[in-house]
Design a protein around this ligand. Sequence first.
Ligand code: ATP
Ligand code: MG
Length: 182
Amino acid sequence: TFDIEDLFKNLYNSFLPRAREKGLELAADLSPNLPQLRGDQVRLSQVITNLIHNAIKFTDSGYVRFSVKELERTSNGIIKLEFAVSDTGIGISEDQQSNVFEIFTQVRSLVKRQDGGTGLGLAISRELVRLFGGELTLNSKLGEGSVFSFQIALPYSATVQNPVMTGKILTPALSKSSKVLV
Ligand code: ATP
Ligand code: MG
């Protein structure tokens, strides 16, 4: 299991210097009381990292915000979450919006780019989100900013019940001996 709040804190702290350098506001938003999640924390973190990295790279004023919102929690231990990374950056024109997910595709922009990259980040991120059963989507307006978001369902740890109170947790050795007693 992993703690999404810890993950967000780590991401926030690791991107803060970069955001500060560019004079950008960095914000992280989480739904309250999220449970411990089960799943591939490393790959989830890789997706969000790619998106935040892009957001900061292609934004020169305003903010970069990343969030996780609880959409639904089912009784069988699954939680549906929406992750989003928004920025007030250069944006992506409508006709380029489907292209940016293609491998090696970079939009030529008027803004001079200091750090080039290879055009792999979004292609990889989209595939990783697919492996989580979701889809990475983009909402953007040229000159105004972008929002990358995806919804995924993950198992979460149920609240651990006190075994003394329920009396239902027996080790194999114990259950054997209780059989003898019966
Ligand atoms: P790499 O991620 O491999 O270092 P990259 O960032 O250029 O390189 P992608 O992350 O795949 O590659 O992004 C592809 C292109 O999509 C970018 O080059 C840029 O033109 C555009 N893009 C991605 N994110 C944003 C964003 N937040 N705002 C504006 N344009 C973006
Ligand atoms: Mg990138």
